[in-house]
Design a protein around this ligand. Structure first.
Ligand code: FAD
Length: 409
């Protein structure tokens, strides 16, 4: 369907935003037989060939199962998938008392079987490209790219969506999947908790000779937070890890602009050479560190999903995973509703369920992020003690491991 036809058609569901959450929801709605239009402000070329954005997404078993069910996993080259064997959390200098998460039977650190992996790391642009390929060949989904949503109006049994260049679309339900600074959320008059951590994140891939052993390290050091995430082998010498460095904005800006050799030397020193000398092998990309939680996830004929609903701090690696869960809940509730995709009761149930599924993790993540980035002595001592205690609490460790590994989760 060309764009002129797309604009003249009416839809069951209009999705604002063709990011991972928006594309995933389009697949779920289309499978249930609903006619869907995805409005994305970027050109289709960007969706078809997304560029590296530095995010290595840790996928839970539940998300992988969803990607398999919707034929998206098959679009991802297996060599781009890095299984995760161990998550290791450290505070300050106390590397001798890490909090370790491992699947129950894992013993060999040189290879990891799929069932025994804690989760899987895949670059965000690869996931986005795979979603696009499946969406673009799915009947019942129209992509309306290079157009931004600029307004909407709700009628008795429909919603009329205005796009830039004075075009409009008509549907029954408008899904806001337009990211954590969602314009649709504002237009719908839905407020949000915005937690500004006053820090920025720098992400890039770095090569090193010692193996990463499929271990993700989250290290809350004094004055800096560092994550080193394992990346699938790329055929080069040594292993590659993704650096996720959190610092005040000025430091991040300086490091982003630093020449490669200066950057490598500083990062090797900041990581205390735990993976030897690190060498940057990708673009360096920065993000502001702000977590967002919408006050409500719906209003008349509008539902919010993905980061527009819950924009997580990346420390617990759950933004995309919760995006998958949210759109599943939305489609399930609409399916159980009165046959109108904008059914108010179904939207209320979706909102309540998604809040239950997300708020405890959102609150806990922010609490951890705050407690672990304050460097006053009592905080340092408390978090070291906290890690030691948590490491000995078998039920706690089992619960977190289950959260990552349960395909039905
Ligand atoms: C450094 C980092 C690491 C992360 N690691 C993980 C991880 O390990 N695990 C995990 O689960 N999550 C992780 N995340 C979170 C994850 O990347 C996000 O949750 C996910 O990308 C959000 O997808 P989305 O589709 O909701 O939003 P977005 O990806 O922001 O997509 C929104 C889309 O809407 C479009 N848009 C915006 N406004 C309009 C408009 N007016 N009209 C039309 N289109 C519009 C945009 O162009 C964009 O394509 C990480 C995030 C960061 C920053």
């Amino acid at each position: 369907m060309d764009q002129a036809q797309a604009l003249g058609t009416s839809y069951d569901v209009i999705v604002a935003g063709g990011g991972p959450a928006g594309l995933a929801s389009a697949l779920s709605f289309a499978r249930e037989g609903w006619k869907v239009c995805v409005v994305e402000r970027a050109p289709e070329e960007v969706l078809a060939h997304p560029s590296f954005d530095g995010r290595e997404i840790a996928l839970t078993h539940h998300t992988v199962q969803w990607l398999k069910d919707y034929d998206v996993w098959g679009e991802i080259d297996p060599s781009a998938v890095c299984p995760l064997q161990t998550a290791r959390i450290e505070s300050g200098d106390a590397s001798e008392h890490p909090l370790l998460f491992q699947p129950p039977e894992q013993t060999d650190s040189t290879s990891v079987s799929e069932e025994l992996a804690l989760g899987f790391l895949v670059a965000n642009h690869i996931i986005r490209g795979a979603l696009y390929r499946v969406v673009s060949r799915t009947k019942g989904i129209t992509l309306c790219c290079g157009r931004a949503l600029t307004g909407y109006r709700v009628g008795r049994d429909h919603v009329r969506v205005t796009l830039d260049h004075h075009k409009s679309l008509v549907g029954k339900l408008l899904v806001g999947a337009d990211g954590r600074f969602s314009r649709l959320r504002d237009m719908a008059g839905i407020g949000a908790i915005v937690h500004d951590f006053g820090r920025n994140i720098l992400v890039c891939r770095m090569r090193h000779l010692p193996p990463h052993d499929y271990t993700a390290l989250q290290w809350f050091d004094e004055n800096q937070t560092i994550a080193l995430l394992p990346v699938a082998p790329d055929g080069g010498i040594g292993d590659v890890s993704s650096l996720v460095l959190t610092l005040p904005p000025d430091d991040i800006a300086r490091l982003r602009a630093a020449p490669d050799d200066v950057f490598n030397a500083e990062i090797s020193k900041r990581t205390r050479e735990r993976l030897g000398t690190l060498r940057v092998v990708s673009e360096r990309i920065t993000y502001p560190l702000k977590a967002v939680y919408a006050h409500r996830f719906h209003t008349d004929r509008v539902a919010l999903i993905g980061d527009a609903a819950v924009g997580m701090h990346p420390i617990t690696a759950h933004g995309f995973n919760l995006g998958i869960k949210g759109q599943e809940t939305l489609v399930r509730e609409i399916e159980a509703g009165n046959g109108d995709p904008g059914d108010r009761r179904a939207l209320e149930r979706f909102s309540a369920r998604h809040r239950r599924d997300t708020f405890p993790l959102f609150a806990a993540t922010n609490a951890i992020a705050v407690a672990y980035t304050r460097d006053e002595k009592p905080f340092l001592l408390a978090r070291r003690a906290g890690l030691m205690l948590a490491d000995r609490l078998t039920p706690f460790k089992k619960a977190v491991t289950r959260l990552l590994m349960d395909p039905a989760g």
